[in-house]
Design a protein around this ligand. Structure first.
Ligand code: ZN
Length: 593
């Protein structure tokens, strides 16, 4: 059996698992149909949700059309992945809101109109139906563009990712196969005309993206990113190619300012041209004619109540909201106690709640019953890793890979476990596989943090160097990755190497930015209380306390360090990489005691 055929079988098994309530004890309860959730499937997409039948069908058709059009006009683009794509369509904003993404402290983000994420076992798009069909599908295409950027390994800064997503979101596809790309985004244009446009520099150096979904500047950030991308792609012949040149230069430049001036020339001229462009009456667009293949899906089908609840719980678990996920999952299990998807998701929820043993028990049960389910074995492997049961974890990651050998996440998990077991050759071989499947530099950064937490300082330094070689200092994560290597160098007694990395970081960042303050703090030019008082929000405080803890440890003040790390554990933002770093230090100190 080839790998491709095997994946087909796994996918079929996953659909079956979701659609059939296995060994239901109370037939009547488990057969109960959902009053408003329905589903529609094709070979690699499932559309589910409480939107109307016609809306689900329209979502399916439009997404299929969108990707076949892009496939036809951007040859070579990868529009599928080995994991299925699950599209949630909510009937209105009110029913979507419960499923809005969470911030690092578990609070729902306001003003999010839809989202995309990708994890080891699925790609997920979540969308509300808005009042106009136009707004709904702009959101759908926006999110689907994020999917394509992710699947095609385009490493791009946040503003470019959003600008491209908006650029393709306004695609118009008429029934006669006429396609228009680059149609003006009316809402973005309105924003631009009612506010004064900030300098492009703020977009490029990441300042504009800092307070997304918390401050009032979210709208302006999106509008600015959209007009910039529109202008670069369609606005002026002389500018064409500058954007890809900039991306290329980002990897080899000392800062994004340097890359920007080489690629775009004078940024003042660019600001002036962009302002003039935004005031135009007419905007260029791209027109395509041709026949685009559109795949057919199944009919819209009713869903079992237990399946619908399991899908809702799974989405909330993916958003990291364990408390909210628990309710629908427990309800699903009341209706169908053996429901596989609900047990799998509840197992993951238990792990999130730091109840690893309960989680492992649930996940073990599901994995035993579904020997061919990739997700079950993958999540069991991850839970075992978290509980430091490395031998068992390694076995499960192997199992997961035998079910989907195209999963970079499963190889990566195996690499991290091998690292924790000091099996370096094995860890390195698995990491090579990860890069063959998914060459994203971010894997090295993540590997480096695990190495630091495991006390493997030479490896941490090596991983950071690889990350910086691939992604460059101008990447938003560049200086933060460097800090991991700085801490590792300190612990290896290599002060000169640490100093040199900090100097490079200082040269790469905007001197007035927060990350510049962190750099100065690590260089020793500002004091402990100063960095803490400069921290303006929960995220910055999470960083400040983590790095303060790291410095205290170096100075031999273990108790003070533990106080900082505990602050992060109890009050820090969970989606910050520093949160994981602080927890790893606490664990390491505990074990050393
Ligand atoms: Zn977006």
């Amino acid at each position: 059996v080839t790998a491709r055929a095997r994946r087909g079988i796994v996918a079929a098994a996953l659909i079956a698992a979701a659609a059939i309530p296995l060994l239901a004890q109370s037939r009547a309860a488990s057969d109960k149909l959902s009053s408003d959730w329905r589903r529609l499937s094709s070979d690699d997409i499932d559309v589910v949700g409480n939107a109307s039948e016609s809306e689900l069908k329209r979502a399916f058709d439009r997404i299929q059309s969108f990707r076949s059009v892009l496939h036809a006009i951007l040859p070579g683009i990868r529009i599928r992945s080995s994991e299925r794509t699950l599209v949630y369509v909510f009937r209105d904003y009110g029913s979507f809101e419960r499923f809005a993404p969470r911030d690092g402290r578990g609070r729902r983000l306001a003003g999010v109109g839809g989202y995309f994420f990708s994890n080891a076992d699925s790609n997920v798009l979540a969308l509300p139906v808005f009042e106009t069909s136009e707004a709904t599908y702009q959101t759908a295409f926006h999110e689907y563009t994020h999917y394509l950027i992710d699947k095609n390994n385009v490493s791009s800064p946040r503003w470019l990712n959003e600008g491209l997503a908006d650029f393709y979101s306004t695609i118009e596809m008429d029934s006669k196969d006429k396609v228009t790309i680059g149609v003006v985004h009316a809402g973005r244009l309105r924003t631009l005309r009612s506010r004064s446009m900030p300098p492009v520099r703020r977009l490029l150096n990441g300042d504009s993206a800092l307070r997304l979904f918390v401050g009032g500047d979210t709208e302006l950030f999106y509008a600015h990113a959209w007009i910039f991308v529109h202008y670069m792609i369609l606005g002026e012949d002389g500018r064409r190619g500058q954007l890809s040149k900039y991306l290329q230069l980002l990897r080899s430049s000392a800062s994004n300012e340097e890359a920007a001036s080489q690629a775009f020339g004078s940024l003042e001229d660019l600001d002036r041209d962009l302002r003039a462009y935004s005031r135009r009456m007419m905007f260029p667009a791209l027109l395509f004619n041709g026949s685009f293949v559109r795949a057919a899906g199944s009919a819209v089908q009713p869903m079992l109540e237990a399946d619908a609840l399991a899908l809702q719980g799974e989405l909330l678990a993916n958003l990291g909201d364990a408390a909210a996920a628990e309710k629908p999952l427990e309800k699903a299990l009341t209706l169908a106690p053996r429901h596989l998807k609900a047990r799998l998701a509840l197992g993951r929820v238990r792990v999130l709640q730091e109840r690893a043993d309960d989680g492992i028990t649930l996940l073990n049960g599901v994995a035993d019953e579904t020997p061919a389910d990739f997700a079950a074995h993958f999540h069991l492997a991850s839970a075992l890793r978290k509980a430091d049961r490395f031998t068992d974890s390694l076995k499960e990651f192997e199992r997961a890979r035998s079910l989907n050998d195209g999963s970079a996440d499963a190889w990566f998990g195996g690499s991290l476990v091998a690292l924790s077991m000091n099996r370096d050759t094995e860890s390195e071989a698995a990491l090579r596989q990860v890069f063959l499947l998914d060459p994203k530099p971010g894997w090295y950064y993540s590997h480096a943090r695990t190495a630091l937490g495991a006390g493997r300082y030479e490896l941490a330094v090596r991983d950071v160097r690889r990350f910086l070689e691939l992604s460059g200092w101008a990447d938003e994560s560049g200086p933060y990755a460097a800090f991991v290597a700085v801490i590792a160098h300190w612990r290896l007694g290599q002060k000169a190497e640490a100093d040199s990395l900090l100097q490079q970081a200082a040269a790469a960042v905007n001197p007035k930015s927060w990350v510049a303050s962190v750099t100065q703090y690590l260089q020793g030019t500002i004091a402990d209380d100063e960095i803490l008082s400069r921290a303006k929000d929960g995220g910055q405080r999470t960083e400040a306390h983590t790095y303060a803890g790291m410095k205290m440890l170096l100075a031999g003040q273990t108790d003070a360090a533990v106080t900082h790390f505990k602050w992060v554990k109890e009050r820090g933002e969970r989606n910050y990489t520093e949160h994981g770093m602080a927890l790893a230090e606490l664990k390491r100190l505990e074990q050393a005691r």
